[in-house]
Design a protein around this ligand. Sequence first.
Ligand code: SF4
Length: 325
Amino acid sequence: MLKISYLVSGGIITNYICSSKCRHCSYSSSPKWPDDYMTPSMADDIFSILKSLGCFSVHIGGGEPLLKPDKILDVLEVARRNNIKIEYIETNASWYRDEGSTTAVLKELKDHGVHTLLISIDPYHNEYIPFWKVKALIQACSKAKMKVFPWQIEFWNDLDAMDDRILHSFDEYTQLFGQDYPLKLLKRYGINLKGRALKTYKSMMKKQPFERILEESKPCKLLSGIYHFHVDLYGSFIPQSCPGFSIRLKELVHGADPDKYRIFNSLESIGIRGLVQLAKKEYGYIPKAEYAGKCDLCYNIRNYLVLELGLDLPDLKPEGHYKYV
Ligand code: SF4
């Protein structure tokens, strides 16, 4: 049985749709996703399960959770009814239009128990959001006494070296800071190389022979990690550091059937070797000679199952993770 008896810390994903399509996004969020948001009744189910597992506070992420601020207020209300504390809401500041409308949103958030915004500051976001909006949102937060968790402050000077009124491409950053800027950024940011981040960096990663990857195969234990999990708007548990997998949270509490979640189970119990065996035997997967590591191989198989074979597998959800990368 795949079972979780307690959870320490995590977040909820209220929507996958986003104003941006950042290169480092391990969730593969973008404007192409369906315009779906977490409903109050789903939030109620999720919060009551989290409480039963000993988790009494969460952060809120996306997508861009404040894309439509109205959509989040009901979720916040349900959190309050369930005595779930909101640690912070992540935002990219794209929704900033002017001081008046922003102050009104911040006031609503504060009235609903939100006291901190995590605001994205990095060159990836700057391809889609001009820096002036980030600065203006920080200023509005300061006036409204909303705390700011700048993520990450170390990129402030990089962004500030550009004209903050307009967007800046990755090429511009590379021209200014050198050809190795994208690779340096990978380490400075601490990027999780999954989803679109893997797509962005794959060509820069060292290739490994298929057989060697199998020799080094170990169970992917983070899949059942309890420290940085997420639960999405569809009620699915999204494992720490590996988006694109999901198990219904309700089922996980009582013990999810490993025969239903075979992909997940093969990786969690055996590792990439288990997934390769399953994919070859059951789905006719033909491996290539080499990959940019085990996660590239894992994605190659998952893309084959979801996009090429068009399979509706309960553990490879949401499909948008694969479709909109
Ligand atoms: S091999 Fe797959 S399940 Fe394991 S860490 Fe990489 S992406 Fe996650």
